[in-house]
Design a protein around this ligand. Structure first.
Ligand code: GUN
Length: 294
C-alpha cells in the first residue's frame, strides 16, 4: 500500500507556482491577488480560509480576506461581489460556503464574474468543464486529478466509483474522470444516499472517491484488493483527548481499508492540501487569462 501524500505533492506544486509568480514580478507584472469572502462564524470555514490565506503567502500572491458578520444580508453580499467583479486589482475571488441560511447560495454563485470564479462554481464554468473546455475546475476534484497524475496512477478503462453527488466534488469529479485523457478515460459510477446496495458498486471499483461526508462510511469489506482509495471526507468528530476538542475523520475506515488498497489518501494530509494548492493554480490561471484578454 502506498500513501497518496498530498502534503509533499502540494508542496512541490506550490514551489512551481512560486517560481512562476517571481517570473511575472521580474517581468514587471503584478502579483496575482486572491480575495476570500467569509460570512459569519463557521469554525471549519474560518480554518479553510486561514489555510488559503497562508498558501497565498507561500506562493507569493497578494491575498485579502473580507470578513462579514453573520447578519449580512443577501443584498449586501451581492454588493460586495459586484464590487470585486469590477475591482481591477482582484484576479479571482471566492465566497466561502456554506453561507448563513438567509442567503441564497446559488444567487451568490451566479453573481460572480465567471472570469474571476476561481472556485469554478459558476454555471458558465461548470458548463465549460462538462464540455471539456479550458476553465476553472472546482479545487477538490482538480486536486485529486493532480494527485493521481503525480503518482502515475493508471486510470484508463478503470471502473471508478464516486460516492457523493455534490456540485462541488462528486459531479465534477465524475465528469473529469470520464473525460478523455490521463488521468481520465474511466468508466464512472456515481453513488449517493439513495443508491441501493452501494457495496455492490464499490466492490467492483478499481478507484473509489469517497465524498459523502459520512465519517468512516467505506469499510474494509466494501473494497476489492488493490483498489485506489481517495478520501475527501473531513468531518470534525468531538474528541476530548485532542487539544481542539475534535479530530478530523475521513469517509473511509482507514485502518480496515488501507491494508487492501494499492494507494490510499490519508486524512488529514491527502486531498485537503491538494484542494488548497489547486485554488492557487486557478488564481494564477485567472491572472494569466486576464492579462491575455487586455
Ligand atoms: N466550502 C467547502 N469547500 C469549499 C470550496 O472549495 N470553496 C468554497 N468557496 N467554499 C467551500
Amino acid at each position: 500500500m502506498v500513501l497518496l501524500d498530498g502534503k509533499t505533492t502540494s508542496a512541490a506544486i506550490k514551489q512551481q507556482i512560486a517560481k512562476q509568480v517571481e517570473e511575472l514580478v521580474a517581468n514587471g507584472e503584478k502579483r496575482p491577488h486572491l480575495v476570500a469572502i467569509l460570512v459569519g462564524d463557521n469554525g471549519a470555514s474560518k480554518t479553510y480560509v486561514a489555510a488559503k490565506e497562508k498558501a497565498c503567502g507561500e506562493v507569493g500572491f497578494n491575498s485579502t480576506v473580507l470578513r462579514l458578520p453573520e447578519e449580512t444580508t443577501e443584498a449586501e453580499l451581492l454588493k460586495e461581489v459586484d464590487r470585486l467583479n469590477h475591482d481591477d486589482d482582484v484576479d479571482g475571488f471566492i465566497v466561502q460556503l456554506p453561507l448563513p441560511k438567509h442567503i441564497n447560495e446559488q444567487r451568490i454563485i451566479e453573481a460572480v464574474d465567471p472570469s474571476k470564479d476561481v472556485d469554478g462554481f459558476h454555471p458558465v464554468n461548470v458548463g465549460k468543464l462538462s464540455l471539456g473546455l479550458p476553465t476553472f475546475v472546482s479545487a477538490t476534484p482538480f486536486g485529486i486529478m493532480e494527485l493521481l497524475k503525480a503518482y502515475n496512477i493508471d486510470t484508463k478503462g478503470k471502473h471508478c466509483v464516486v460516492l457523493g453527488r455534490s456540485n462541488i466534488v462528486g459531479r465534477p469529479m465524475a465528469n473529469l474522470l470520464s473525460q478523455k485523457g490521463n488521468p481520465g478515460d474511466c468508466t464512472v459510477t456515481i453513488c449517493h444516499s439513495r443508491t441501493q446496495d452501494i457495496a455492490s458498486y464499490t466492490r467492483s471499483a478499481d478507484i473509489i472517491v469517497a465524498a459523502l461526508g459520512v465519517p468512516e462510511f467505506l469499510k474494509g469489506d466494501m473494497v476489492k484488493d488493490g483498489a485506489v482509495i481517495v478520501d475527501v471526507g473531513i468531518t470534525r468528530v468531538p474528541d476530548e483527548t485532542r487539544p481542539k476538542g475534535y479530530r478530523i475523520v475521513g469517509d473511509v475506515a482507514f485502518d480496515e481499508v488501507a491494508p487492501k488498497a494499492s494507494y490510499i489518501t490519508p486524512v488529514p494530509g491527502g486531498v485537503g492540501p491538494m484542494t488548497i494548492v489547486s485554488l492557487m493554480k486557478n488564481t494564477l490561471q485567472a491572472a494569466q487569462w486576464r492579462k491575455q484578454a487586455e
